[in-house]
Design a protein around this ligand. Structure first.
Ligand code: NI
Length: 165
């Protein structure tokens, strides 16, 4: 099922997600729907927050062939190193791209969609994507990392657009 993606400046995007207590049938269905929604958008990552489910679950696939699905439940960054700057976008902030600085290498622990714990080491694109999606679970958008001036301009633009709809 394709889920509706909340758009900035929707306040629900500011919700802090709760840990998933049990990887049950509902959570598995949510992960499945989120993958479908992400591929259809199309995007390379989606956090549960963006589809108005406030639990700690993200889905990612940075492959061009869309054949490397990665589901992270209750992800925690346990190591980070270096710095990388890259132009980011977000399905919740359509048609807007800006450079953001993040850690280049990260090590993350999480549960997979079967509820099994695992660790993953990531750098560059995958690392950026995981950090971006994990931010969503804390109610943070990539635009929050930009200068106050850029944020102000974006907010004005978004408010104008939502009035037109
Ligand atoms: Ni995003």
């Amino acid at each position: 099922m394709i889920l509706e993606i909340l758009k900035y400046p929707d306040k629900r995007l500011r919700t802090i997600a709760k840990p998933v207590e049990e990887v049950n049938r509902e959570i598995k269905q949510l992960a499945k729907d989120m993958f479908q929604t992400m591929y259809e958008a199309p995007g390379i990552g989606l956090a549960a927050t963006q589809v108005n489910f406030h639990q700690r679950l993200i889905v990612i696939d940075i492959s061009e062939e869309c054949n490397q699905p990665l589901c992270l439940i209750n992800p925690e960054i346990i190591e980070k190193n270096g710095e990388i700057e890259y132009e980011e976008g977000c399905l919740s902030v359509p048609n807007y791209y800006e450079n953001v600085k993040r850690a280049n290498e990260i090590k993350v622990s999480a549960l997979n969609e079967l509820g099994q714990p695992f660790e993953i080491e990531a750098d560059e694109m995958l690392s950026i994507c995981i950090q971006h999606e994990m931010d969503h679970l804390n109610g943070i958008l990539f635009v929050d990392h930009l200068s106050k001036l850029k944020q102000k301009r974006l907010k004005k633009k978004a408010e104008k657009q939502s009035k037109k709809l």
